[in-house]
Write a new protein. Structure first.
Length: 350
C-alpha cells in the first residue's frame, strides 16, 4: 500500500511539472492577460485606477510614464472629467509626490479631458501640475488640499508654492478658457500684500472672469452686486469667489433672498467655501452670527421653551446632566445645568 501511495505522489509531481512547463513565464504583473487586469481596475477609484495603470506602464530613462497596451486598456473607456484625491485613503494621498501627480495627470491626458481637479490630502509643491498647462477645458481646480466641509487651516503649513503653481494657472486663464472656479490654499490667502505674486494673479483671474460679461446675480441680474473674486483683505473672504456656488457655479448677490427669507448664497465660516441655498443647507448661528454649511456647523437647536435658536458647535452649551443643547439665555450658569429639567437634580446631587 505504501508503494502505491508513493507512486501516485510521484505521478502527481510529474504532471504538475509538465503543466507548469506549458504556462508562460510571469515575471511581473503586466505579464498577466489584459482582461483580468482591466476587470480588476474597474473596481478602483479614479486616482487608484491611474496609479495602477502607471504601475503596469513602462518608464523612460528619466523614469517618466510611457503607456503600454496594459495601461492603455485600463485608462481607455473610463470617464476622466473628474479627479479627486479624496477618493483614496488619506495616508496614500499624503505619500504621493509631485512626480507621482505629474505621471497621473499625463496618464489620463488631463490637459484634454479633465474638467475638475481636487488635490484633497496631497502634500506637494505643485510642480506636478505641469501637465495641466494650457488646458482649455478644465472648469474647477481645488487647491485647498482639504476635503469638503473641512477647515482649510493646516498645521504644519503645506509646501504648495505660488511660484510653482501660478505660472501653470496663468497658462489656463486666457481667452477661450473654461475655468469657472479656483479654490486657493489658505496659506496663500493669509498674506496681505498688493505686491504679492498671489494678489497680482487674483487681479488677472478677476479680469478674465469679468471679460466674460456673465458675472451677475441670477435673481436680480445686477452686476455691481457681484464680485468675481474678493480682493479686500478680510479674514475668510480674501481670495474667495464668495458670490459663486462651488457646486453649481451659479452666482448670487448677498441682497437677494429666497422665499423663506434666507440668503441665496453663503460663505461658510469654517470650510470657507461658497454654497447656494439649493446646493447646501446653511445655518446662521444666532449667537455669533457666522454662516455655516450644515456639515460644518454641527448646528443644534436650543431646547429651551419656545426658544428654538440655532447655534453652531462653538457657541452651543450642553447640560452637564442630560446633555441637551441650550443657548446662553436658557442655560443655568450657576448650576452648570439647564434650568428647565436638571437644575434641581444637580443641586440635590451636590
Amino acid at each position: 500500500m505504501a508503494e502505491i501511495t508513493a507512486a501516485a505522489s510521484n505521478k502527481r509531481r510529474r504532471v504538475a511539472a509538465d503543466g507548469a512547463a506549458c504556462l508562460p513565464l510571469l515575471r511581473c504583473l503586466s505579464d498577466l492577460p489584459i482582461e483580468p487586469l482591466s476587470h480588476a481596475a474597474s473596481f478602483l477609484a479614479a486616482p487608484s485606477k491611474a496609479i495602477f495603470a502607471i504601475a503596469l506602464a513602462g518608464k523612460d530613462d528619466h523614469f517618466r510614464f510611457i503607456p503600454n497596451e496594459s495601461s492603455q486598456k485600463i485608462i481607455t473607456g473610463s470617464e476622466w472629467d473628474t479627479l479627486d484625491f479624496g477618493d483614496i485613503e488619506k495616508e496614500l494621498a499624503a505619500r504621493l509626490s509631485d512626480e507621482n501627480i505629474d505621471a497621473i495627470l499625463r496618464c489620463v491626458d488631463a490637459v484634454n479631458k479633465l474638467k475638475m481637479l481636487r488635490l484633497t490630502n496631497l502634500n506637494i509643491t505643485g510642480v506636478g501640475l505641469e501637465p495641466l498647462r494650457g488646458s482649455r477645458i478644465i472648469e474647477k481646480i481645488d487647491l485647498s488640499l482639504v476635503g469638503e466641509h473641512q477647515s482649510p487651516v493646516l498645521k504644519p503649513e503645506p509646501p504648495i508654492s505660488c511660484d510653482a503653481v501660478i505660472p501653470i494657472l496663468d497658462s489656463i486663464i486666457v481667452e477661450g478658457s473654461a475655468l469657472k472656479h479656483l479654490q486657493f490654499p489658505r496659506k496663500w490667502r493669509e498674506k496681505e500684500s498688493e505686491e504679492s505674486a498671489f494678489h497680482q494673479f487674483l487681479l488677472r483671474y478677476k479680469e478674465m472672469l469679468d471679460d466674460r460679461d456673465d458675472i451677475r446675480c441670477l435673481k436680480c441680474s445686477r452686476e455691481e452686486r457681484v464680485h468675481a473674486v474678493e480682493l479686500d483683505f478680510q479674514p475668510h473672504n480674501y481670495g474667495t469667489q464668495k458670490h459663486s456656488c462651488i457646486t453649481c457655479s451659479k452666482q448670487y448677490c448677498y441682497e437677494c433672498e429666497e422665499e423663506d427669507g434666507t440668503y441665496s448664497i453663503y460663505l461658510c465660516y469654517k470650510c470657507e467655501r461658497c454654497y447656494c441655498s439649493a446646493c447646501e443647507t446653511m445655518y446662521i448661528c444666532e449667537l455669533c452670527g457666522e454662516e455655516y454649511c450644515k456639515d460644518c456647523a454641527q448646528a443644534e437647536e436650543c431646547s429651551g421653551d419656545e426658544c428654538n435658536e440655532f447655534l453652531c458647535g462653538d457657541c452651543v452649551k450642553h447640560c452637564v446632566n442630560c446633555q441637551k443643547p441650550y443657548c446662553g439665555d436658557c442655560y443655568g450658569y450657576e448650576a452648570h445645568a439647564c434650568q428647565f429639567c436638571c437644575a434641581d437634580d444637580v443641586s440635590a446631587s451636590s
